[in-house]
Write a protein that binds this ligand. Structure first.
Ligand code: GLC
Length: 489
């Protein structure tokens, strides 16, 4: 008779439901795998390629650009209705010495902070919505750090990540507020915008130029700064409306571009496959970085789903690849003079609530205009790293489940030979009874203190664990249960 609480039963039942989502049960790995979708000529990465990401769990997001100067977040230009010409002043000394000088930018210091925090992959904004590029773009309308401070900041960043043995991620925003055409790609119907641009037939060509700059930059980034392990595309949505998918008629995010598209890109800024066909955004990405894992914010289906912001993570284990991104400084993604840091307990809670649901956490840092991550931020995440040094076995290389979590109270992770119970502050008490464990338990301990824990095994195979110390690390008490397979007859 099948046991309704056994992990295998739960997985199998879940997987039946998952078939509806285009997901498959892989009996060899014990995981639910996606049925790989070919979207716009590009097939999603397979489970083998996804493995490093699934094992890594914890990434560092970095928003850094001219917006660090006014220090009110990365949407400053839009929020303050600042015309592009005026916004440029943040890039050069206006006589007061206050500009984006990057004088203390030392990416090795960033990778050190990442490593101290237990972070495994990096993702820096190469260009945010303000259109300022931290890399060497040669498109005639590009606006770059090479023009302003004569530094290729992105080359320095990618080099440092590789030297530190961290996976290298690229953030790139096709959205570009420097172009009025962004709000009026057809030149016939300008969307409401903060700069009061009005419908103008010339906007169609302006939008084409904006797209051409994107194509030159994406080619440059992948050709000269790759290979990338990860990409966070940020926004195919046009005029800040609709969805990324709805805007694919314009950006052409798939493998190829249509030679008859109304917004053509000049050959000089295009990239081609061997047969001479012009590549779309994902075509370029995969040509140079065949193993790159990307999100779904450019209009292509994505290898991973993304969830943004500080909404609590709830519900069952998610049967797809996903990542949660949020801000260490709750005020904004880009550097903000107003410091409103997450607490240590909040960071641990998000990390755990995400990982027990089989996701990754991408935690954002906002360095100042000199390139410095505030010491208070680094000190806070170092505490996370210290905890991970003791309890990381329950996070890295694990998978969420096999049992569903209980919101705000507890959840599980597992890997061969081990189950981990994560007890959050919402769970009261010094005892815990596990679901039915199909293997034989050979030992149980508190992963943080290292102390052995007492337990009894019920007839159905569930463990009753007693004498838990909930004070040693209240943000998450991790119980490790070691098991070995029972000899089947
Ligand atoms: C949103 C914001 C952007 C930020 C991003 C991070 O798309 O527009 O400022 O970079 O979220 O997920």
């Amino acid at each position: 008779m099948s046991n309704h609480n056994s992990p295998r039963h739960i997985q199998k039942t879940t997987c039946k439901i998952l078939a509806a989502f285009g997901l498959l049960w892989h009996s060899s790995t014990g995981f639910c795998a996606r049925q790989l979708t070919n979207d716009l000529g590009i097939v999603q990465q397979d489970d083998t390629t996804m493995q490093w990401f699934m094992d890594a769990k914890f990434g560092m997001f970095i928003h850094w650009g001219l917006y660090a100067v006014p220090a009110k977040g990365e949407w400053f230009m839009e929020n303050h209705h600042m015309p592009p010409e005026e916004y440029r002043k943040f890039a050069a000394d206006q006589g007061d010495g206050i500009y984006f000088d990057a004088k203390d930018f030392d990416p090795a210091a960033w990778t050190k902070i990442a490593k101290n925090s237990g972070i495994k992959y990096m993702c820096l904004t190469a260009r945010h919505h303000d259109g300022f590029a931290l890399f060497d773009s040669r498109h005639p309308s590009a606006f770059t750090s090479l023009q302003t401070i004569h530094r290729d900041l992105y080359a320095e960043y990618t080099k440092a990540c590789r030297e530190a043995g961290l996976k290298v991620g690229l953030y790139y925003s096709p959205i570009n507020w420097r172009y009025p055409g962004y709000y009026d790609v057809r030149g016939t119907n300008c969307a409401t915008n903060t700069w009061h641009y009005q419908t103008d037939p010339a906007h169609k060509e302006n939008a084409r130029l904006m797209k051409e700059e994107v194509y030159e930059q994406v080619r440059t980034l992948f050709k000269n700064y790759g290979p990338f392990d990860y990409v966070f595309w940020d926004g195919g949505w046009l005029a800040q409306q609709g969805t990324d998918r709805a805007a694919m008629f314009f950006w052409e995010p798939g493998k190829y571009r249509d030679p008859h598209n109304p917004w053509p890109v000049a050959d000089a800024y295009s990239d081609f496959d061997d047969s001479g066909k012009a590549l779309g955004l994902m075509g370029i990405a995969r040509k140079y970085s065949p193993h790159v894992i990307v999100n779904r914010r450019c209009g292509w289906i994505g290898d991973i789903a993304d969830e943004e912001g500080s909404k609590p993570v709830t519900g069952p284990v998610r049967p797809f690849y996903w990542e949660k991104c949020l801000n260490l400084n709750k005020s904004s993604w880009g550097y903000n003079g107003h410091q409103n840091l997450m607490t240590y307990d909040e960071i641990i809670r998000f990390l755990v609530e995400v990982v027990v649901r089989n996701g990754n956490l991408l935690l954002n840092f906002g360095p100042d205009r000199h390139g410095v991550i505030p010491a208070s931020h680094a000190a806070l995440t170092k505490r996370v790293g210290n905890w991970l040094a003791a309890a990381g076995d329950s996070i890295y290389g694990s998978r969420g489940g096999p049992w569903n979590p209980v919101d705000g109270q507890y959840g599980f992770t597992y890997k061969p030979g081990k189950y981990f119970v994560h007890l959050l502050p919402g769970y009261q008490g010094t005892e815990f009874t596990t679901p039915v464990i199909p293997e034989k338990a050979t030992g149980c301990r508190d992963l943080f203190t290292g102390k052995k824990l007492k337990y009894t095994v019920a007839k159905d195979g569930s463990l009753h664990i007693t004498g838990l110390n909930r004070n040693a690390h209240p943000a998450d008490t991790v119980i490790m249960i070691q098991v070995k397979a029972m000899n089947k007859k």
